[in-house]
Write a protein that binds this ligand. Structure first.
Ligand code: 5GP
Ligand code: ZN
Length: 115
């Protein structure tokens, strides 16, 4: 999608520190990390948010949650200590980039509730 920063990262038009890539998914370090490990996991195809996922995206969403995020957590060595997965959705959800992304955060203790 034109003017989508994460589409541009997925298309390698904007550089990012990539930690995982396959045909459908890219994961890269957040520009402003909020924890020692802060990775963004995105589908390469443009989906605006969880609210915009369609039935046809089920396999992709499951791939991200079942395969990709746990694998990155293992590689980043936060699978044993614990981690947080966040998908800010829409304006009140605090979503600033309107391309679906899962924050994978770890390496420190997290607080609850979020702000
Ligand atoms: P949101 O607020 O939409 O949930 O999260 C957007 C995240 O994207 C923020 O944590 C922000 O730091 C990150 N971000 C925004 N622009 C870029 C960029 O160009 N490169 C990278 N690596 N991260 C970005
Ligand atoms: Zn996009």
């Amino acid at each position: 999608m034109a003017d989508c920063i994460f589409c541009k990262i997925a298309n390698k038009e904007i550089p990012a520190t990539v930690v995982y890539e396959d045909e459908q998914v890219l994961a890269f370090k957040d520009l402003e990390p909020q924890a020692p490990v802060h990775v963004l996991v995105i589908p390469k195809k443009h989906v605006a948010s969880i609210a915009e996922l369609k039935a046809e995206d089920k396999e992709l969403a499951a791939h991200i949650l079942v395969d990709v995020i746990p694998q990155i957590a293992r590689e980043q060595k936060i699978d044993q200590s614990g981690f947080r997965v966040v998908a800010n959705t829409g304006d009140e959800g605090g979503q600033t980039v309107k391309h679906l992304h899962f924050h994978l955060l770890g390496g420190r203790s997290m607080q609850w509730p979020p702000g």
